[in-house]
Design a protein around this ligand. Structure first.
Ligand SMILES: [Zn+2]
Length: 188
């Protein structure tokens, strides 16, 4: 039995869309030193419909990260697929290099700052934790003559870029961004 590459298999399964995700992987690979030359990439309808991509690792059936790309991205345009590949490759890179993989981590923010010039074409000055600030509020337990202070400090959530940083890089594309030609993707 001859070995076939993930790319060849993906092209058999999803045609040009299957070939494209592997081209996008190879193109972004120099940004993520330590990721393997090839990775298994699944194209399908992601859970709950809201997710445009998914990277998982640690399942006993997998020997490394695996990327899933939502099939409906291909109709938007190829650069939309590129954006989600960059996002998922960042998750895969964080997994591979043993860093925290969640969006609300210093590792994610640091990588977003470092990668944005190459991926978005401009720097992005995002700082983690700017969605919370300390405010002084009346203490509900205060009673005259009691031990409780009159006011206490609470952390409250304020408007921030975190929702956008969690969907980097696509959330930072300008309105009307040209995503390029669509690719036909056989979902079923
Ligand atoms: Zn993510």
């Amino acid at each position: 039995m001859s070995e076939i590459s993930y790319r060849t298999a993906a092209e058999k399964l999803w045609g040009q869309a299957g070939a494209y995700v592997h081209e996008a992987y190879a193109r972004h690979l120099p940004l993520f030193p330590g990721l393997p030359e090839e990775m298994p990439i699944v194209i399908g309808i992601t859970a709950y419909g809201g997710c445009v991509g998914l990277t998982r690792a640690g399942h006993p059936a997998l020997d490394g990260p695996r990327i899933t790309i939502a099939s409906n991205l291909f109709a938007v345009g190829r650069r939309r697929v590129d954006d989600t590949m960059a996002h998922e490759m960042l998750h895969a890179w964080l997994i591979t290099t043993g860093k925290p993989t969640e969006h609300d981590t210093d590792a994610w923010y640091r990588a977003v700052r470092e990668l944005s010039p190459a991926v978005l074409g401009h720097a992005l000055a995002v700082e983690r934790g700017t969605d919370r600030k300390s405010v002084r509020v009346p203490n509900p337990n205060y009673a005259p003559g009691g031990d409780e202070p009159r006011t206490v400090v609470r952390k409250v959530r304020v408007a921030s870029q975190h929702a956008k940083v969690a969907t980097w890089p696509s959330a930072f594309r300008p309105e009307g961004f040209d995503y390029g030609k669509p690719i036909s993707c056989p979902t079923y």
